[in-house]
Design a binder for this molecule. Structure first.
Ligand SMILES: [Zn+2]
Length: 306
């Protein structure tokens, strides 16, 4: 904890990521402390060749556990500024931030329950697609990685739109959860329309979305609302959006929903590994930059967890 905690309440991306990493480490240590009592009690029911062996094992276990507790306590004390920052942030905007109780404790690798039946089906979904969706919902991730099935599922969830519906598609997402969508005036181009989708802080991203008259939607850029150089996370998001949009580039609803799914960049844990920040190489931060549509909504994933 050599770096002093930032003083201002207005953290930039690197400060947010740095502090998220610290909280992740704190959480990991807290989870490890769950095994303290079983670890210390183990010698009481294990077989040792001599009482001296028992004593030595017991003593070393007690010392190691007390070391773990001391390290956690130190780290917790040093994290107080991060926790009070979170507290103040929640005071300012409580929307969508539940306060967890002791009984809500979860482990990082806990499985996310999968809804057996999709909550709603588009009006034009036929019986075959419905059956397929129900089948997919019950299967594990490994069993439905095939793009064809994913495409079918997407097409059923995001029916393709026609030209006249563009305004209503944009209007549906505009303003939801603080998402702004600004029309971009393109001089001299009559066959392309463009919008900037602005995701509110702390994500603070601007994503440019374009649509050709022919019906093809695309993502033309991801940058910070504050400007400046593209961060590695933003570059990764741009890549993930580009790949994702290619799967169903004819549906503006899908494209806009996928872009706005990045509102949870700093809060949604990876659906596979259960972490927000995953260890990357030196100096890199691995965030869940991929958004994948599943029956129950958008799932966040790390690139190497897809
Ligand atoms: Zn992951």
């Amino acid at each position: 904890m050599a770096t002093p905690a930032p003083q201002s309440d207005d953290w930039d991306e690197s400060q947010l990521l740095d502090n998220l990493r610290k909280l992740d480490e704190l959480h990991r240590r807290l989870i490890n402390l769950r095994t303290v009592i079983p670890t210390i009690l183990y010698p009481l029911h294990a077989q040792y060749s001599t009482p001296t062996d028992l004593f030595h094992d017991f003593a070393s276990r007690a010392a190691s556990c007390s070391d773990d507790i001391a390290k956690f306590t130190t780290m917790y004390v040093h994290s107080s500024s991060i926790l009070s920052h979170a507290e103040r942030s929640r005071e300012r905007n409580r929307d969508g931030i539940p306060r967890l109780k002791g009984k809500d404790m979860f482990l990082p690798d806990e499985e996310v329950a999968v809804a057996a039946v999709p909550p709603s089906l588009p009006p034009n979904a036929n019986e075959e697609v419905k059956k397929e969706k129900e089948k997919v919902a019950g299967e594990s991730e490994k069993q439905h990685q095939g793009l064809t099935l994913y495409e079918k599922q997407l097409r059923a969830s995001f029916p393709e739109t026609v030209e006249v519906e563009v305004e209503s598609v944009v209007g549906e997402v505009r303003g939801r959860d603080g998402v702004e969508i600004v029309d971009v005036a393109l001089s001299g181009k009559v066959d392309v329309r463009a919008w900037v989708v602005r995701l509110p802080q702390p994500v603070g991203l601007e994503v440019r979305v374009e649509r050709e008259t022919g019906g093809r939607w695309s993502v033309a850029g991801v940058r910070s609302v504050r400007g400046g150089e593209q961060s590695p996370t933003q570059v990764a998001i741009a890549g993930a959006l580009e790949r994702g949009v290619k799967v169903l580039e004819s549906s503006g609803k899908f494209v806009l929903e996928m872009v706005t799914a990045y509102r949870t960049l700093y809060t949604e844990k990876c659906a596979k590994c259960g972490k927000i920040v995953k260890g990357g190489g030196a100096g890199t931060v691995n965030m869940p930059v991929v958004r994948k549509w599943e029956m129950e909504g958008w799932k966040a994933l790390h690139e190497d967890c897809v």
